[in-house]
Write a protein that binds this ligand. Structure first.
Ligand code: F0G
Length: 352
């Protein structure tokens, strides 16, 4: 029989699409919820990883994009447009291709990971590298969509994106039998924390789950407007996916934090890279740097006592590590080069 049918079909009663619309799907969602035994032992909690890099284009953005592009096509739009730090553009380009639509992406010049740029290129998007940051790109995308009705904006300011992304919370509750005590995730434009909170809240309201998790969001220290309490004009971090100074879903993030008795804090690039390596070398999970902000936040809150011992914790790791091979190779020790000689192998591996 058929496998996972994609999230519009899997959650047909909870994710609205226009009547008669043809779903544009790559069978996104249904991603693994993986136990993390090494991290669990390290922090004294029951830690699980929601592996969003297993989505068709390698990030959680596919959840929102299947719904957004389904709506865009049904509404008669001919094209979609988005601003992106890389993953939204990769996803929009793929779903637009699937729908037979044109896709335009606005990306900050020189500041998106190479794998993501490669995706937009190969999926056939019209790529505009903007001489500005993500926030500038979003403003341009909004203006363009507002003045051209045949072009649909598919950033998470489009509420149907949130409808798709909330399904990750449903999947977690479906697997665990209830919501976790704590949910940790990276925060950039703040659509995803808004979406998870909506998903958890809907399941609770409808009696499918008993609990609501505390939402712990983590920004990069150089791009932490929600922590500072005001937008910043010059965000900077190695985690380019979350290099954002003026999050569009600001209120959604603050509401998720406050309504859940949660927190939004920041982690340094060094903490992010340490967590990135630890996750790969102890759990076998290779994520992109922004995703490791979840794990850095897990470690930081465990270290300072904010993470209750024994809590059930789900960390979303938002994107696949292969998205950003340059950071991987730049920040780790380069491989040793040897001649085609058996002794050289033994020498290099310190074997006697
Ligand atoms: N992690 C990854 C890998 C991302 O690509 C993003 C956002 C986030 C976390 C943060 O999620 O914005 O909902 O708070 N990427 C967007 C993009 C901005 O353009 O791909 P958020």
């Amino acid at each position: 029989g058929a496998g996972w049918p994609g999230l519009i079909a899997a959650y047909a009663d909870r994710v609205a699409v226009p009547p008669g619309a043809k779903p544009i799907t790559l069978f996104e969602g249904g991603t693994p919820l993986l136990p993390a035994p090494a991290l669990s032992q390290l922090v004294g909690a029951d830690v699980w990883l929601k592996i969003e890099g297993a989505n068709p284009t390698g990030s959680f953005k596919d959840r929102g994009m299947t719904v957004a592009v389904t709506h865009a096509l049904a509404s008669g739009a001919k094209a979609v447009i988005c601003a992106s730090t890389g993953n939204t553009s990769a996803s929009a380009a793929a779903y637009a291709a699937r729908a037979g639509m044109t896709c335009a992406v606005l990306i900050p010049e020189g500041k998106i990971a190479t794998g993501k740029l490669a995706q937009a290129v190969v999926y056939g998007a019209k790529i505009l590298q903007v001489q500005g940051n993500f926030d500038d790109c979003l403003e341009l995308a909004r203006k363009t969509a507002a003045s051209h009705e045949e072009i649909a904006l598919v950033n998470s300011v489009n509420p149907v994106r949130i409808e798709g992304q909330k399904t990750a919370a449903f999947e977690i509750c479906d697997v665990l039998g209830d919501a976790p005590d704590i949910h940790i995730l990276p925060v950039g434009n703040a659509g995803n924390i808004t979406a998870y909170w909506k998903g958890y809240s809907e399941y609770r309201t409808d009696g499918i789950s008993d609990r609501l998790p505390r939402m712990f969001g983590f920004q990069a220290a150089g791009a932490a407007p929600l922590v500072l309490g005001h937008p910043i004009s010059d965000p900077e971090t190695i985690a380019t996916a979350i290099r954002i100074g003026a999050p569009a879903s600001w209120n959604g993030a603050i509401n998720a934090r406050d309504a859940s008795d949660g927190l939004i804090d920041m982690v340094t690039d060094e903490q992010i890279l340490d967590a990135y390596r630890l996750l790969a070398t102890t759990e076998g999970v290779f994520v992109e740097p922004a995703s490791a902000a979840s794990i850095a936040g897990l470690l930081a809150t465990a270290a300072d006592g904010r993470l209750p011992k024994g809590a059930r914790v789900v960390c979303t790791v938002t994107g696949n590590g292969l998205k950003d091979p340059q950071t991987a190779l730049m920040t780790l020790t380069a491989p040793t080069v040897i001649p085609v000689v058996a002794e050289a192998v033994a020498d290099a591996l310190d074997l006697t």
